[in-house]
Design a protein around this ligand. Structure first.
Ligand code: NAD
Length: 276
């Protein structure tokens, strides 16, 4: 994982700061897309049981010829598989589909509070981590009170919380809460699902650095200390989104982007009220 920034978790394992997201990437497209990303230098892939493409991700990895230890694979538990026994079963299923004997990071995809199962689910995650079958365990879409419950129950702090985060939805309170707990913040929909690319402030900064808007946004996530997983299935964009290590945003750029924050700009569901 040379030549790209990594972040070290509180459990001692490390994650490459930039990864490829594969949500909405169909199974048959996932394999060539993952292969393309690995050829372009990515060493981190973010999938989920709910994306129905773990098999394609595994195939793409194997066709790269890379060593398993050199690629960081994240997958997530499907909400309908929450609960202690169900989680253990679902995890086995994910490993089987990936064709791997461990994942680097296993995430509880959503707290799904209406199910009332995320606390039991986390206990199963702790067991999976103890068995070494997930090197690290974390969560996604958890609010601070959800974090407090699972940490209080088990004493085990998730290494990461993957949440919706883009320049117009910066989640500063969540970032602060995570810092206090030594939890890394990871940004999902980092490009605002592509809709934020046309923002004029980003466009001006991109021109100044001779970079594209997508590269500026990804660099903003990196310079903010976030893990970032932009999605693309287009080979040229996959390459473009990874060419972000040869420039840095200056204080003026960072200040201009800070001003874009808008608490109303959430695109996805609110984890408190999501009913899936
Ligand atoms: P994103 O913000 O990464 O945007 C992706 C879209 O932006 C692409 O489909 C394309 O339309 C456009 N795009 C990408 N690169 C571009 C470029 N260089 N130039 C112009 N347009 C470009 O959106 P996302 O897929 O929602 O999020 C990224 C990843 O985050 C997902 O694939 C998934 O892995 C993860 N995610 C997790 C959750 C969760 O609940 N944990 C939810 C959503 C997404």
């Amino acid at each position: 994982m040379a030549n790209q920034p990594i972040i070290t978790f509180h459990d001692g394992h490390s994650i490459p700061q930039v990864g490829l997201g594969v949500w909405q990437t169909p199974q048959d497209i996932a394999a060539p897309t993952v292969l393309k990303a690995l050829e372009a230098g990515y060493r981190h892939i973010d999938t989920a049981s709910g994306y129905d493409n773990e098999q394609g991700v595994g195939e793409g990895f194997r066709s790269s010829g890379l060593d398993r230890k050199d690629v960081f694979i994240t997958t997530k538990l499907r909400n309908t598989d929450q609960g202690y026994d169900n989680t253990l079963r679902a995890f086995d299923g994910s490993l089987k589909k990936l064709g791997m004997d461990y994942v680097d990071l296993y995430l509880v995809h959503w707290p799904s509070p209406h199910r009332g199962l995320y606390r039991e689910t986390w206990k199963a995650f702790v067991k999976i981590k103890e068995e070494g079958r997930a090197r690290s365990i974390g969560v996604s879409n958890f609010y601070p009170d959800h974090l407090e419950h699972i940490i209080g129950d088990t004493g085990v702090v998730p290494v990461i919380n993957q949440i919706e985060l883009h320049p117009d939805f910066q989640q500063k309170a969540a970032q602060e809460a995570h810092k206090k707990l030594n939890i890394v913040t990871e940004s999902w929909s980092p490009l605002g699902q592509g809709k934020f690319i046309a923002n004029p402030v980003i466009g001006t900064i991109a021109k100044k650095h001779g970079k594209t808007p997508a590269q500026v946004i990804i660099r903003w996530h990196i310079d903010t200390g976030l893990v970032v997983i932009p999605k693309s299935v287009t080979p040229s964009r996959i390459e473009e989104n990874f060419k972000v290590f040869d420039f840095k945003l200056d204080a003026e750029d960072m200040a201009a982007i800070t001003k874009l924050d808008d608490k109303g700009a959430r695109m996805g569901p609110d984890p408190y009220t999501a009913t899936f």
